[in-house]
Write a protein that binds this ligand. Sequence first.
Ligand code: FAD
Length: 445
Amino acid sequence: MKIGIIGAGAAGLAAAFDLTKKGHDVTVYESAPFVGGQASTIPVGGSSLERGYHHLFTNDEAILDLMEDLDIYDHMKWYPSKVGTYTSGKVYKTTTPIDLLRLDAIPIIDRIKLGLFAMRVKRIKDWKLLEDQTADFWLRERLGGMAYEKVWAPLLKGKFGDFYDQIGMPWFWSKIQTRFASRQGIRQREMLGYPDGSFDTIFDKLQASIKSKGGEIHISTPVIKINVVDDVATGLKTVTPDGEEFDRDFDCILSTVPSFSFPDLVDLPFEYKERLSSVHYLAAVVVILEMTDALTDFYWMNIADPDIPFLGLIEHTNMLPKEWYGGNNILYMTNYLDREDPIYALSQDELLDLYLPHLNKFNPKFQRSWIKATHYNALSAAQPIIGTNYSKVIPDHRTPIKRLYLANTTQVYPEDRGTNYSIKMGRKLVDTILSDERQHWRNWT
Ligand SMILES: Cc1cc2nc3c(=O)[nH]c(=O)nc-3n(C[C@H](O)[C@H](O)[C@H](O)COP(=O)(O)OP(=O)(O)OC[C@H]3O[C@@H](n4cnc5c(N)ncnc54)[C@H](O)[C@@H]3O)c2cc1C
C-alpha cells in the first residue's frame, strides 16, 4: 500500500516505522524544519535538549518496546527525581510520601489525608466509574480542606487555567497511577527515564530505519489539503520547501495534526467536526535558561501559588549531568495557557521581565548575571482539555472519509498525553489500517 502520513512526531514516525517494516510504501510530510514534533530538540552546549522538558515513567511500556525494536533499549537510563512544591511562600520537598508529612503549610491532619487520598485513588481499578465527575469536584468533595485549597486546587488552576474545573476525573486517576508506578524502594522514591543523547536518539533511529526500508520523510513540507473523491481520501497536496504545490496520490492517509487544524485540510461531516472542536487545547510557553548556577536542588518544582506567573520550574540538570550542556545548569520555566492569553503573545524578553523577578523566591541569591543564554519555545497544541464522559464523544481514528485516519493527542484516553501514548497510538493505527485493508479486499473478492 502507498500510505501518506501527515506529521513526523512520535505518532507519525512510529506508524511509519511499522508500515515500512511490513513492506509498505510510506511518505511522511512534516511542516516544521525538524522531526519529533512536541518532543523535538534544540542544540544546547554541544548536546540536544527538548524544546519542552521531557522524561519517561517506568510504566511507559510502549516507548520502551519501541526502543527494544529499534535496538536502543540500553540507551534508556533511569534517574531518581527530586520534587518540590512551592506553597505559602516556601519550597517544600515533596519527593516521597514521608515528605508530605513535613508539609507544614497545611495542618497535620490534612497532610495525612493528602497521602491517604492518593493511596485511595491508586486503588481504584475502573476509571470508567469516575468518568462522570470532574477532578476538581472529586478532590473538593472527597479530600477538601487545606489539602485541596493549598495543594491540589492551585495545581489544577495552574495547569489548566480557566478550564481547571472541567477536567474529567480520569485525568487525575491516570496521573496517580503513573506516579505510583514510577516509585521504587522502601522510601518510594520516584525514578524517571531519559534516553542517552535525548529523545533525538529515538527519532534519529526511527528516521534511519524508515529511510533504510524505502520510506520518505519530507521536512519543511506542510500538507495543505487532503484530496478526496467520492468520500474516499485519494492523496495529499503539499508545499515543497521551494514553495511549489505538489499533489501525490496515496491508497491511505494517516493524519497526526491537532484537531483544530485537521478541518482546514479536509471537509468533514458536521458531527465529526463537532467532536474535534469540542476539545480545547492549551498552548505551552517554555523558556529555557542556561545558567552558571543551579537555582534549587529540585528536578521538578510544582508551583501552588497564583501570584507566580508560571506553573512549573524544571531543573533538568538536577537529574541529568550538566557536563552534557557545556557545564551549564538548565532550567525550564513553563506555563500552559490559552492561545488567547496575553502571555502567549509576549516576546522572549517580555516573558523574562515577567518571570525573572520571581526566581528569588526559590533562591534569594539568584541574579540575572547567572544567565548565559535563553531559549523560547511556544507549542500551540500542548495540552488537550479532556472533560467528563469523554469516552462517549472521543473522535474515532477512522474518520467519516474512507481511507483517512486521525491519530492525535485528543485521542489518548484515559491517560494524559505523552510520547509513550502517541507511539502506542501510531502503532495501533497501523493494525487498524491494515485490518481495514484486508477487510476491503475480502469484501471485493
Ligand atoms: C511542554 C511539554 C512537555 C512535555 N513533557 C512530556 C514528558 O515529560 N514526557 C512525555 O512522554 N511527553 C511529554 N509531552 C507530550 C509529548 O511531547 C506529546 O504527547 C507527543 O510528543 C505528541 O506526539 P504526536 O506525534 O502525537 O504529536 P506532535 O508531536 O504534535 O506531532 C504532530 C506533528 O504534525 C506536524 N504537522 C502539523 N500540521 C501539519 C501539516 N499541515 N503538514 C505537515 N505536518 C504537520 C507538526 O509540526 C508535528 O510535528 C510534553 C509536551 C509538552 C508540550
